[in-house]
Design a protein around this ligand. Structure first.
Ligand code: ATP
Ligand code: MG
Length: 451
């Protein structure tokens, strides 16, 4: 009853549906079908041969237009999920928020979704904040275009005739480097608050400026993110952190006012009293790796984000007389218990984080058999990368990662030599570091700046 009344009071006009798209030929937009992955092309052509409409849509078209290699391909079609499933042997229906079909072709997976209507209209099932809860209602292609978030994401490419079908002037917006919301931004953020995060991420990644109409409401509407399930926020934060533009995204999030309390992960990153330098270095390092197409792992990144909390906890325990190694393990558990639930970090990632941390004190032992065993560890490389970041941030002396690098790459005789010539730094605990700072403040500061 109250909900009905509220809905009446806040009744909004649905986003107008444009049924007359611009048809842009390849001579104008320049994308040839050969530029698509063969799987995306094949999926579209098979669907079309069976009388359905089928287009590459969304991020891939947008990325091809600005000359980024697409990360993956989405296909939109008039066929129902069951019809799609029947056409491709290696396919399966996935039904999370709505039914889509994953079509596997060679090493690729193409995500195929049936044209869907936006349910921003009165009959949508929304919660009391206006968030859409169920949106599994099929619609026309024009409706499908309108339910998408940004104009540059509502472009359909037909590999048959190489035309782009553009319902919302997305091509023009892309040329003008503008990220523009389809419909009224406030309504669209209310339907799905995650669009605020997408706006920041896509703007940063694509070098587009968020249209002021879409950026103004963010500050006041940010609070709606509290109603989004933690797992979905975590997924979105992962996309952001591994977009190759994490540093830019995070600074932008801070500027847009998407901070404190809304995104627990962001608080960990932006409000690090202890390891700020380490965290930003790690994010820069992740950005470089993503852009160079090198592998990145969430475990490694989260291990860096939480490391200084572990260090502080570890040190406090040692001061209380706990032994080095057990103190570290207790510190790890305590920090992870506190953070993992809040951040919705999955169990698998927690396992990776622990492995990297647990290997850190073992780098202090540069004699006897221990170094031989350590370099044989499957996670040695990740743990060493972590050690090097610690040195780069000034937490420990860089002689330590350098020694290990030489040891790992040396032949038998050179290894014996290195074992006899152990670096005199050891792993520098925060305690040791403070003592060193007290001894030589000027020198220590310079070393930090320079690293
Ligand atoms: P990228 O894959 O580069 O991260 P993308 O735009 O392809 O960016 P996806 O999450 O793959 O993002 O989504 C595919 C398409 O689905 C988008 O281009 C957009 O059209 C639509 N879409 C995704 N999320 C939303 C949303 N929250 N609201 C409306 N439309 C969305
Ligand atoms: Mg995509």
């Amino acid at each position: 009853m109250i909900r009905k009344l509220l809905r009446k009071v806040f009744r909004r006009a649905a986003t107008p549906i444009n049924t007359e798209p611009a048809l842009i030929p390849a001579t104008q937009h320049g994308i040839r079908r050969e530029q698509l992955s063969s799987a995306a092309r094949k999926v579209c052509m098979t669907l079309q041969e069976h009388g359905h409409k089928a287009f590459v849509v969304g991020g891939a078209v947008r990325d091809l237009l600005i000359g980024h290699p697409p990360k993956d391909y989405d296909v939109a079609t008039s066929a129902t999920p069951e019809e799609v499933r029947a056409l491709f042997r290696r396919s399966r229906i996935i039904g999370r928020r709505f039914k889509i079909v994953h079509v596997m072709s060679g090493p690729e997976t193409i995500e195929v979704s049936t044209f869907r209507a936006n349910q921003a209209a009165e009959d949508a099932v929304t919660d009391e904040h206006g968030r859409v809860l169920h949106d599994n209602v099929y619609g026309s292609q024009a409706e499908d275009a309108t339910r998408r978030d940004f104009t540059v994401n509502a472009l359909y490419y037909d590999p048959g005739n190489e035309q782009i079908i553009d319902y919302h002037h997305g091509v023009a917006d892309l040329q003008q480097k503008t990220l523009r919301m389809i419909g009224d931004p406030r309504t669209r953020y209310r339907e799905d608050p995650v669009r605020m995060l997408r706006a920041v991420r896509l703007g940063a990644k694509l070098g587009l400026t968020l249209d002021p109409a879409a950026s103004h409401p963010i500050r006041e509407m940010a609070v709606l993110l509290e109603n989004v399930p933690a797992a979905r926020l975590f997924d979105e934060m992962l996309k952001l952190l591994f977009s190759g533009y994490a540093v830019r995204c995070l600074k932008q999030l801070r500027e847009e006012g998407l901070h404190h309390g809304l995104l627990p992960l962001l608080d960990v990153i932006l409000e690090q009293p202890l390891g700020e330098r380490f965290v930003w270095l790690s994010l820069e390092n992740t950005d470089d790796r993503v852009r160079a197409d090198k592998s990145v792992s969430p475990g490694f990144l989260f291990a860096t984000l939480l490391w200084h909390e572990v260090l502080a906890n570890w040190e406090a325990r040692r001061k209380n007389g706990e032994h080095n190694q057990p103190a570290l393990f207790s510190a790890m558990d305590e920090v992870l218990d506190r953070q993992a639930g809040k951040l919705a970090i999955t169990k698998r990632i927690v396992g990776d984080i622990k492995e990297i941390w647990a290997l850190q004190p073992r780098f202090e032992k540069c004699s006897g058999k221990a170094p031989f065993r350590l370099i044989e560890q499957p996670r040695y490389r990740a743990a060493w990368d972590f050690l090097r970041l610690r040195a780069q941030s000034g937490e420990i002396d860089s002689a330590l990662p350098e020694w290990w690098d030489r040891f790992a790459h040396a032949g038998h005789d050179a290894r014996e030599q290195l074992l006899a010539d152990v670096p005199n730094v050891g792993a520098e605990t925060p305690e040791r570091k403070r003592r060193r700072r007290r001894r030589k403040p000027a020198e220590a500061a310079t070393a930090t700046e320079a690293s």
